[in-house]
Design a protein around this ligand. Structure first.
Ligand SMILES: NC(=O)c1ccc[n+]([C@@H]2O[C@H](COP(=O)([O-])OP(=O)(O)OC[C@H]3O[C@@H](n4cnc5c(N)ncnc54)[C@H](O)[C@@H]3O)[C@@H](O)[C@H]2O)c1
Ligand SMILES: [Zn+2]
Ligand SMILES: [Zn+2]
Length: 366
């Protein structure tokens, strides 16, 4: 039986989000209905609300979630009813050209639910990143459900489903960090701090945190930053050079998504260094770079989607690090809020007051 639950909808570009009734259909073949327990507020949700991703309004926002599998459709074998899962926005298909070449972390045909959730009038919803989890129950492909250790708090575990994995993997996977590297991270929100934790865990010699907000720099120290740069008052490129014996960093992660910070990342790296762009730019943005520097410095300019992760491989590892006290996911949770508070959480994100607000869902009334 299709169910009616409350979900957070972005109706039009820039308009405040609204909690509306959503119809969640029964799971189709290969699908799963998941009771959402918690879902983090990622900057990408705000990009969706502001029309920065695409124009497929109305969106069902939320995509950093953990919950319990409530029902599965025909043919589902990877999860069962009652499993505790983190939702992934990458579920490799196994058959696209990337998957066939053994690079499933680039999958170009990631699995999603086979039928849409809708508003009461039947309008189909576009779920953020193919998930849509600011909602009491959501419909996803069962392949998007990654079973994890039940002892992990859903508010912390859910964060692995996007921002944490994106930041951690940008350093560990895309950036290929090596023990002894120098690493700089520009933008120390939820994503940037996960990148910092990843660099520290991998044995980077120095981990340089860059932000325009001193609160973010304090948090960055907690996650393992060895040095901090306040981009409002200091020259970022100069300071990164000073902190790396005048060479620049081996790896610079850009976790803001702006031309000026991308340029800083480009110029703050050492010869043969790597830049990894994680921040999501809006479509109108452009960068101008001296071509001779692109050539002359060598190295690599990369982008990272979801930290080039494989959710079934990487989520349980991060949960294990969390449960063993080696990755303080709890410190990323600045506040726990209700489903009606997403708009206010966006405002706090924009004011820089939070690393992550996490929407904690109450069990739906039966
Ligand atoms: N590539 C991916 O797979 C992926 C996944 C998740 C999020 N993202 C993107 O990563 C970015 C960061 O996400 P978040 O959730 O951490 O956002 P956030 O808002 O929590 O953090 C952004 C940080 O950048 C800082 N900042 C802003 N302007 C700056 C400047 N000029 N110099 C230095 N720092 C500056 C802010 O103070 C803030 O601390 C967003 O663009 C988001 O859409 C990408
Ligand atoms: Zn594929
Ligand atoms: Zn996200």
């Amino acid at each position: 039986m299709a169910q009616q639950v409350r979900g957070v909808i972005a109706t039009a570009q820039g308009a405040p989000v609204e909690v509306q009734t959503v119809i969640v259909p029964d799971p189709g073949p290969g699908d799963a209905v998941v009771t959402v327990q918690a879902c983090g507020v990622c900057h990408t949700d705000l990009h969706y609300r502001d029309g920065g991703i695409n124009d497929d309004f109305p969106f069902l926002l939320g995509h950093e979630a953990a919950g319990i599998v409530e029902a599965v459709g025909d043919g589902v074998t990877n999860v069962a009813v009652g499993d505790y899962v983190v939702l992934a926005w990458r579920a490799p298909c196994g058959t696209c050209r990337a998957c066939r070449r053994g690079r499933p972390w680039y999958c170009f045909d990631s699995r999603n639910a086979t039928r849409p959730m809708t508003l009461l009038d039947g309008t189909p919803l576009a779920p953020a990143l193919g998930i849509g989890a600011f909602i009491e129950k959501t419909l996803v492909s069962a392949a998007q459900c990654v079973t994890v250790d039940r002892r992990a708090d859903p508010a912390a575990a859910g964060l692995i489903g996007c921002g944490v994995m994106a930041g951690w993997g940008a350093v560990a996977n895309t950036g290929g960090v090596q023990r002894g590297d120098t690493v700089a991270v520009i933008g120390c929100g939820g994503v940037g701090n996960a990148a910092i934790a990843s660099a520290a865990f991998a044995g980077a010699r120095s981990v340089i945190a860059v932000d325009v907000d001193p609160r973010k720099l304090d948090w960055a120290r907690h996650f393992g930053a060895t040095d901090t740069i306040d981009a409002r008052s200091e020259d970022v490129v100069e300071r990164v050079r000073e902190l790396t014996d005048d060479f620049g960093a081996d790896l610079v992660v850009e976790a803001v998504g702006r031309p000026e910070t991308y340029e800083q990342a480009f110029l703050a790296r050492d010869l043969a260094g790597t830049v990894v762009l994680v921040g999501v730019p809006t479509p109108e943005l452009t960068v101008t770079l001296p071509m001779i520097e692109i050539f002359g410095r060598g190295g690599a300019l990369k982008s990272s989607w979801y930290g080039d992760c494989l959710p079934t491989r990487d989520f349980p590892i991060l949960i294990d690090l969390y449960l063993r006290g080696r990755f303080d996911l709890d410190a990323l949770i600045s506040e726990r809020v209700g489903i009606d508070d997403v708009e206010e959480a966006f405002a706090r994100m924009q004011r820089g007051e939070v690393l992550r607000s996490v929407v904690v869902l109450q069990p739906a009334a039966v």
